[in-house]
Structure formats: C-alpha cells, structure tokens
Design a protein around this ligand. Structure first.
Ligand SMILES: [Zn+2]
Length: 103
C-alpha cells in the first residue's frame, strides 16, 4: 500500500494515525439557493412553488459543482496536526503568534 504522509508536517502516517480533513467552500446557501426568475413558476400558487423549488434544488446542486466558487479540498493529517487544526481551523492563532514573535 502507498504510505500516506501528513499534508501539514510531512510525517509518515499509518491507517491508525491518519486523520482526513475535508473542506468545502461554496457560496452561502441562502444566496446559492435564491431561485432565479422562472416564468414557469407561479409563486402565488403554493403547490406550483413547491414543485418548482424541488426542480430548482436538483439543478442547483449540479450548478454548484460547476461554479468556480465551489471548492472541495481533502488533506491527511497526523494526530498532532489534527489537534492543532481542530484548535485553530483557519490558522488565525499562528498568524497572531507570528506578529508577537516579531516584536
Ligand atoms: Zn502532521
């Protein structure tokens, strides 16, 4: 089997010590699911609205995958980096520390 290595520190990983991080980035749901003006949808009719929304939801999910704003990333982490990631997923802490060490 191909040995895995931590994407953060490069340490070799076994299946027991490997953690997977999946990051999905996409436009906020309320914006992404905003129904486009559809002449076939009579929004005054609740029944039609429901049917149209279901159809739009289906096509929306396909559309989201094609949007350049949609990004899905996957990383393998060792236990130490997994802990660090969970404590500071956006890396905000490390940038603060950098500023402090420079002073
Ligand atoms: Zn690591």
């Amino acid at each position: 089997m191909m040995p895995f290595s931590c994407d953060a520190c490069g340490k070799a990983l076994t299946s027991e010590t490997r953690f997977t991080v999946q990051i999905e980035v996409y436009p906020a749901p309320d914006l992404a699911q905003l129904p486009p003006a559809d002449p076939d949808c009579d929004h005054l009719d609740a029944m039609h609205e429901l049917i149209c929304e279901q159809e739009e939801a289906d096509s929306d999910s396909d559309l989201n995958l094609l949007l350049p704003a949609y990004q899905k990333m996957q990383y393998a982490l060792c236990p130490a980096c997994q802990k660090r990631f969970l404590q500071d997923p956006l890396g905000l802490d490390s940038t603060t520390k950098l500023h402090f060490s420079e002073n």
